[in-house]
Write a protein that binds this ligand. Sequence first.
Ligand code: PHE
Ligand code: FE
Length: 295
Amino acid sequence: MTVTRKVEHQRTDLGYVPVYATGVVEQPWSDYSATDHEVWDALFQRQRELLPGRACREFLDGVERFGLGAGGIPKFSELNEVLADATGWKLVGVEGLLPDDVFFDHLANRRFPVTWWIRKPEQMDYLSEPDLFHDLFGHVPLLLNPVFADYMQAYGRGGMKAFAIGPEALARLTRLYWYTVEFGLIDTAEGLRIYGAGIVSSKGESIYCLDSPAPNRIGFGLERVMSTRYRIDTYQQTYFVIDDFEQLFDATRPDFTPIYARLAQRPALAARSVLDGDRVFTRGTGEGWASDADA
Ligand code: PHE
Ligand code: FE
């Protein structure tokens, strides 16, 4: 078994750079401290109270079906039994962010990488890299939904293709991931709901994305999303809204190769932009937005 270690940002002559470890690790479950388990419980409890009426039904169903609870950090091996029967996905433990090609290869083979370590108590509201709570609570419940599960695999395959085409194509595909898998909203008969992992794993953004008058909420369009820059250090200025997971899966079915070529001729849009052709659910007031640049 590989020895588990948290990957720190290391000082090099280029400054501090994140070190990407590519290996799969066994979840060191018996090594978690009491504090680690308490952090999970507190984060879980907070989102459980907040998310009914905010997260989409498919997400809440997934949480329920896995039997996720405030009884300490879940064991990947137990969740994998549920996943194997449901959609054939498998969680694998990793030390942190992976290089793009390694990440895509996992998804293309229906393996979802989950960071094995959890944040510290003083990082309850924010940390700059994904931890176990984000990866597991945020992403894994929807892997029980058959359409979403297929979308994630298709994304992995598309990622390998974009990786081979080049960095411009990759940047556009990453925007799609950002505005759907991480920060997506879905329109339901009861109103807008959250499905993005970056939102459901954040108390602040779970409230902001639905309640704040500041951000735009705009109907999903493939090329629109792939053209739009995003924020990595603040809440989003724009959320894109899908009608259902079938729409997302259907819209992303075509070969992206000609789309990448076409989009390469157009300038990227600012995160905050609203266009004439947009289906606007709400136009943001822009209140409190930082004026500095998008990622
Ligand atoms: N259809 C895309 C392509 O040809 C692959 C893809 C599917 C990308 C689903 C994202 C999501 O590249
Ligand atoms: Fe994520």
